[in-house]
Design a protein around this ligand. Structure first.
Ligand SMILES: C[S@@+](CC[C@H](N)C(=O)[O-])C[C@H]1O[C@@H](n2cnc3c(N)ncnc32)[C@H](O)[C@@H]1O
Length: 377
């Protein structure tokens, strides 16, 4: 079977989650760097990765990697790549990418050079002067970091965090990939309750239900590679069937709370679209008043941080209040994402563990507070 390198770009801080997911698919990672995980696979694995990966941003095929310090070098080395192996005669192949800390500093110029080099190569190989570009979309991507050029083909189209269930969202929705990572890192056991007391559009509760039920995140959407000539319908169907075969109907007790009633309606609709409305119960309430008489539960949330919702002063007051109320929950664990640097002081307790991640450009921490371990069932 034809094998090549596949790259999954990630938000900074989520690399180890993606790497674990790749290995769980039975694939071998070849490198884990800042913001990208690379592994070996074939076309079938491109389908599987797109459908199954929860914490990565896209699935890209690596077509070449080389050093280039001048436009000539970039052109010649790009033209030397066997593009006819990847790109059919009629495909559309727009180019986009970025340069960082490199002698080739203009992304726009590099984009034009790469486009010209690929077009020259294809014209020569296919023996046609004019490439129609009216077929399937093969989006080319490049990155030039410290003079190292990586050329890639995007197989996802819309980024992987667009699962298809969040057609409506509140003002500051959390990216699904981060929500999935928070759920994955938690020690939440499905026999015990889970609550997001700042649920917004319901991303964390929905991702939690999908994760525990092994519902693959990409089953309800399409991918750019669906129209690639290398991907057969049998390949795609096999990947869907495999993902469906892992699903299980685990009973779950997940509460999603928000103070805003219209936001709760959004969370309900999203849970329905994701097919987990029997597991996720969205209700209107104040996080500060959240109580439960069940032990060993887990809270996973991203409370407002001031930057996008409310003021910083209000957020800081809220953190003090939840610090007091959460500590009344018997043997519960909490996982709280915020960009507030002195969160622990306000919350009133040092976290058991902290994990830095970037929510876009915003540096955040996931403050993890481990409760007592539940007894073995
Ligand atoms: C940063 S957003 C959460 C986003 C959410 N994770 C999502 O993916 O959509 C914070 C949410 O907390 C809610 N909120 C603010 N204060 C609250 C409180 N005291 N109790 C419950 N919810 C509150 C806001 O209405 C907002 O929806």
């Amino acid at each position: 079977m034809e094998q090549f390198e596949i790259i999954v770009p990630t938000l900074f801080g989520l690399e180890s989650f993606v790497s674990r997911e790749v290995r769980r698919l039975g694939l071998e990672t070849t490198s884990v760097e800042d913001g990208r995980v690379t592994f070996k696979g074939g076309w079938r694995d491109v389908c599987r990765a797109n459908i199954n990966i929860r914490t990565g941003e896209r699935v890209l095929i690596k077509t070449a990697e080389f050093t280039a310090k001048s436009f000539d070098e970039l052109f010649e080395k790009t033209k030397a790549v066997d593009w006819e192996r990847w790109l059919p005669k009629d495909c559309a192949f727009p180019v986009k990418g970025h340069c960082l800390k490199s002698q080739l500093a203009s992304g726009r110029d590099c984009q034009a050079i790469i486009k010209k080099a690929v077009a020259d190569r294809l014209s020569q190989k296919y023996g046609i002067e004019w490439l129609p570009e009216d077929g399937a979309l093969y989006q080319l991507q490049f990155s030039i970091i410290k003079d190292r050029v990586t050329l890639m083909i995007d197989t996802s189209g819309e980024p992987l965090h667009k699962r298809g269930y969040r057609r409506v969202s509140n003002l500051a929705p959390l990216r699904e990939t981060i929500a999935a990572a928070m759920v994955t890192m938690s020690y939440w056991k499905f026999e015990y309750p889970l609550c997001d007391p700042f649920c917004g559009s319901g991303t964390i509760p929905i991702e939690a239900a999908m994760f525990k039920r092994n519902i693959a995140p990409g089953l309800n959407r399409s991918f750019a590679c669906d129209s690639f000539e290398q991907i057969t319908s049998a390949m795609r169907e096999a990947a869907y069937d495999e993902a469906k075969s892992f699903e299980r109907n685990t009973p779950l007790d997940i509460t999603a709370i928000d103070i805003d009633s219209s936001t709760v309606e959004i969370a309900k609709e999203n849970a329905r679209l994701a097919g987990v409305d029997d597991a996720v119960k969205p209700i209107v309430g104040d996080a500060v008043k959240f109580m439960s008489d069940k032990p060993y539960g887990t809270i996973i949330c991203n409370p407002p941080y001031g930057e996008r919702l409310g003021t910083e002063k209000e957020s800081r007051e809220l953190y003090k209040k939840i610090g007091k109320s959460f500590s009344k929950l018997d043997k519960w664990s909490y996982y709280i994402l915020t960009s507030c640097e002195d969160f622990e002081d306000l919350f009133g307790r040092k976290a058991s563990k902290k994990r830095k991640i970037y929510n876009g450009m915003l540096k955040c921490n996931i403050y993890q507070y481990f409760g007592e371990r539940p007894p073995k069932m």
